[in-house]
Design a binder for this molecule. Structure first.
Ligand SMILES: Nc1nc2c(ncn2[C@@H]2O[C@H](COP(=O)(O)OP(=O)(O)OP(=O)(O)O)[C@@H](O)[C@H]2O)c(=O)[nH]1
Length: 389
């Protein structure tokens, strides 16, 4: 099975709050670091993880992207250096995560906010919901306003985190209160235009994967095209719900336009685990010298549930899987579903090619590839067969 490259880059930090070494790039860059950031890495969207100490930033990063089990995070040491993590597992999901120490001081003269926030795609601010959150709200306000001044395109995502320890009523009440206070603080400071998105998260269930899926999706310019393709597959194959999964992280990079319910998402995540585990045990590589992978072009799986529902998984490429939920009765036309899947896979391939060719192109343009139009609204001309006819 493919796994994330172990390319975490730990930057030494002298331990003083708010003081950052120059070679990290907060102050003047030295030549080497500057080159790294301004070339290939610079093109990758950057996601910043910020929040007070012990709010759970490193745990989130480790659980979602490094397969750490939630219980192991109890032993994580406090981050006193900035950790840059390259996420390279698929052509769509390519970004850097920067995990910041909780004690960061934006007013320190060595903090280069232009450099930090300038190339940032999303800023995830983590609030510990099990703790008093007043300090966290102050820090959120300072962080967001500072970042917005530098870069107005940043997506601000607030994770109301560690909600596993809270009852349902308290959870909802905390979310309402945090939402209200955070927005009031921004209006008082004259920043009504800043939009904050809120997510209730915990590393002990799927909520953190779901929240991160939504953060990552906002950084994928091709999202409308992907959603539209999934809608077409669903309509023509009588599928109720479909997710395009990044197999390693189990974040979904796109789904159709029907609402996501947590149970369906969890079922699909569990299915990926089952497929990978079974493949590891019973899969084999044809040639011994070939690198064995648990997920390859042969990967597909069908699980029939006792409530008349079918889960169907197909490999899209080395990193992505399509997982669909449909009624068992509608699975009679498996041939048509498989044919439509092949059309879907081909279309996805074209989106990938387009992305590679035109890295800088946004989805507002209407390029033509292989004689098929991919329009800015995500409409893709395709050859799907309508099973419902
Ligand atoms: N109950 C619960 N505990 C969590 C959750 N996420 C993290 N924790 C715990 O919170 C503690 C702090 O987590 P860290 O990930 O080290 O926090 P951090 O924000 O990186 O801390 P600093 O590095 O000091 O800034 C650890 O003991 C984690 O096990 C969660 O979703 N639920």
């Amino acid at each position: 099975m493919s796994s994330y490259p172990d390319d975490e880059e730990v930057v030494p930090f002298d331990g003083h709050a708010g003081s950052f070494p120059k070679d990290f790039g907060y102050g003047a860059f030295d030549g080497d670091t500057d080159v790294t950031l301004s070339t290939t890495n610079e093109q990758k969207p950057r996601i910043l993880l910020m929040g007070l100490r012990r709010s759970g930033k490193s745990s989130i990063q480790k659980v979602v992207f490094h397969k750490m089990s939630p219980n192991e995070t109890l032993f994580l040491e406090s981050t006193n250096k900035i950790v840059k993590d390259d996420i390279n597992n698929s052509s769509f999901v390519q970004f850097q995560i920067w995990d910041f120490p909780g004690q960061i001081d934006f007013f320190d003269s060595t903090f280069d906010s232009d450099m930090i926030f300038g190339g940032c795609g999303a800023l995830v601010f983590v609030i510990d919901a099990q703790d008093d959150y007043m300090d966290a709200l102050n820090k959120l306000n300072i962080t967001v306003t500072k970042a917005y001044k530098v870069n107005q395109n940043i997506k601000f995502e607030v994770f109301i985190h560690k909600v596993d320890g809270l009852g349902d009523d308290f959870k909802m009440e905390s979310q309402r209160d945090i939402h209200q206070r955070a927005n009031d603080d921004l209006s008082d400071a004259g920043y009504d235009k800043i939009h904050l998105s809120f997510h209730l998260t915990s590393i002990y269930d799927h909520s953190i994967f779901e929240a991160f899926s939504k953060v990552v999706q906002k950084l994928i310019p091709q999202l409308p095209a992907l959603e539209n393709l999934l809608n077409i597959v669903n309509t023509n194959s009588a599928i109720e719900k479909s997710f395009l999964f990044d197999v390693v992280s189990k974040i979904y990079i796109a789904t159709d336009s029907t609402p996501v319910d947590m149970q369906s998402y969890e079922l699909c995540c569990d299915m990926i685990d089952v497929v990978i585990d079974v493949s590891w045990i019973y899969g084999y590589s044809v040639k011994e010298e070939q690198e064995t992978t648990a997920f390859d072009e042969q990967s597909s799986s069908l699980i029939k549930l006792n409530n008349g529902t079918v889960l169907y998984l197909r490999e899209v490429n080395k990193f992505l899987a399509l997982v669909c939920i449909l009624r068992e009765d509608n699975f009679d036309h498996k041939g048509v579903i498989d044919y439509n899947f092949l059309c879907f896979r081909e279309a996805i391939q074209q989106v990938f090619e387009l992305r590679n060719k035109h890295q800088s192109m946004t989805n507002s343009s209407s390029p033509v590839i292989n004689g098929k139009n991919i329009h800015g609204d995500g409409h893709v001309n395709s050859n799907f067969i309508d099973e419902t006819n």
